[in-house]
Ligand binder design. Structure first.
Ligand SMILES: Cc1cc2nc3c(=O)[nH]c(=O)nc-3n(C[C@H](O)[C@H](O)[C@H](O)COP(=O)(O)OP(=O)(O)OC[C@H]3O[C@@H](n4cnc5c(N)ncnc54)[C@H](O)[C@@H]3O)c2cc1C
Length: 481
């Protein structure tokens, strides 16, 4: 091996140069660096349309950042193990560094790659950059994984939080010859039909934009996050989830941005930090219970009497359930690839409770349409909603979408923004148009069943059906005992 054998720096869900321990290790090794991104589609969870869009722009941004240091981002597609083995051989690579991912299939693949490289006496190391704490570091008193959020987070808060990592990017070394690279546009990550016009208005998927958003959120909104986190009609949350998912921003950076500027022991800042904690918890669960993306953590829910129905699923996906808050959320999701958490909970609840559709179908739709689609958080969100996961909302607690709308979108501005056919309804009726007198509907140009549907299931009836289904599940288990 040549004394100048380059370091292969394998980018994955860590699309940033700062606070990047694999990058720091590559610089410290003192040899030329070859950054690579491998497009290796997961067969079970292929990227959804919205995350493909984000990935395209995040990679373009990373290419630009690397070019400031004379580096290129080598793009290759195919099986990661094969691509790495080929690069190692052709470019006499001396070391391979990457930051860890925690999806079950990725863990298995990466372990095999590590073994293979070690057997070839190639230096290989992986690092943590996307979590505050490794999932295996956090254990309860009996040495087992946590299944309830509050003690999990209490345990984390008692530990010292890791600091961000400074990378001396001025010290990077450039290889004499670059491997061939595929062309980003050829990957066709962007949609062929332009459903993404609104994405461009809402998002700037660059690291710089993410950092600006973080700064602005800490300055303007984190104090009132306790309210903002419930108000879809406000700009009250950080909207950092896609940046976090793709690693354009890391949780250590968020923690440091808050530290010293706000009091993290109370109010909005404390609540905000605990949401970062929910992200950690989701990864903790996924790591310790790797079957959760398709199977309920609580096995008794395997026998839940779902009633799969394509038409109901489609009505929900298109934002045509007749419940304005839910429809606004589903249309917001389709338009910009993101939905406020309060509405995600309501949209999820309608699907699994009022409509009795399997939570896995909702999770697949979110997977395809969210820019922040994340196996850990999406699974956790859906299992929480369906009451079948770790620390879930009990199944028998059924959201009333009308009351939720009246409470959290008080004037109906959120509904007006995303369900324009209801825009002229007065606030009093905006969350329940079917209660409006004919004259009010006529004045607002609303024709129920024509311009906007009646609820697919009336609330009390939907609630009853959900509770009956839950009772059947309980009987099933009693019978088995
Ligand atoms: C059914 C359902 C599906 C979900 N799917 C996803 C998903 O695929 N990807 C995803 O990142 N989040 C998911 N969430 C969690 C949450 O809705 C989003 O993280 C949040 O709405 C993102 O907006 P924000 O960045 O403004 O969040 P903020 O309120 O500003 O929170 C800051 C960060 O904390 C994390 N966070 C906040 N709430 C949660 C939570 N409940 N669980 C895990 N992490 C959280 C996110 O990384 C978020 O960016 C889901 C929730 C539900 C109910």
């Amino acid at each position: 091996m040549s004394v100048n054998a380059p370091t292969l720096l394998w980018f994955r869900l860590d699309l940033r140069l700062d606070d990047n321990p694999a990058m720091q290790a590559a610089i410290a090794r003192g040899k030329p660096i070859i950054p690579v991104f491998i497009y290796d589609e997961d067969k079970d969870w292929p990227l959804g349309g919205a995350t493909r869009w984000w990935l395209h722009h995040a990679l373009a941004d990373l290419q630009e950042q690397l070019s400031c240091h004379g580096l290129k981002l080598v793009l290759q597609s195919g099986d990661s193990a094969e691509v790495i083995s080929d690069l190692v051989e052709k470019h006499e690579i001396g070391a391979v560094f990457w930051n860890r991912c925690y999806e079950p299939r990725t863990i298995a693949r990466d372990s095999a790659i590590k073994q293979q490289l070690k057997s070839q006496t190639i230096e290989v190391e992986s690092f943590n950059t996307s979590l505050l704490f490794e999932p295996w570091e956090i254990k309860n008193k009996t040495g087992n994984p946590f299944r309830v959020f509050t003690p999990f987070w209490k345990h984390c808060l008692a530990k010292s939080f890791p600091k961000t990592i400074n990378c001396d990017l001025g010290a990077t070394k450039v290889p004499r010859a670059w491997p061939d690279s595929e062309i980003l546009d050829d990957w066709k990550l962007l949609p062929r039909i332009s459903w993404d016009a609104e994405f461009y208005k809402f998002w700037k998927p660059t690291r710089k934009a993410g950092l600006n958003r973080l700064r602005q959120f800490v300055k303007d909104a984190v104090h009132d996050y306790g309210n903002g986190r419930d108000r879809p009609d406000w700009d009250g949350t950080s909207c950092l989830s896609p940046y976090l998912h793709f690693g354009q921003i890391g949780p250590r950076e968020i923690y440091e941005a808050l530290l010293g500027k706000v009091d993290l022991t109370k109010g909005g800042p404390r609540q905000y930090l605990s949401e970062i904690g929910w992200r950690e918890f989701s990864y903790h669960i996924l790591y310790h219970f790797p079957s959760v993306p398709t199977e309920p953590l609580r096995p008794e829910f395997e026998h839940f009497p779902w009633e799969p129905d394509d038409q109901l699923l489609k009505a929900w996906q298109k934002g045509q359930t007749g419940y304005p808050l839910v429809d606004a959320g589903m249309r917001q999701l389709y338009a910009i690839g993101w939905m406020h958490n309060r509405v995600r909970m309501n949209a999820g609840s309608i699907l699994v409770k009022h409509l009795l559709q399997p939570w896995q179908d909702g999770a697949r739709w979110f997977w395809d349409t969210l820019v922040d689609a994340d196996l850990a958080s999406n699974t956790q969100g859906w299992q929480w909603t369906a009451g079948c996961g770790a620390d879930g909302a009990p199944y028998f607690r059924v959201f009333n979408p009308v009351l939720q709308g009246q409470r959290f979108d008080t004037e109906g501005d959120y509904v007006r923004r995303w369900v324009p056919e209801l825009a002229k309804l007065p606030s009093q009726y905006i969350h329940q148009p079917w209660e409006a007198p004919d004259s009010v509907l006529a004045a607002a140009d609303v024709k129920l069943c024509k311009t906007y549907p009646l609820p697919v299931v009336e609330h009390q009836q939907g609630r009853r059906r959900a509770l009956d289904a839950y009772e059947k599940l309980k009987f099933f288990h009693k019978d088995k005992k």
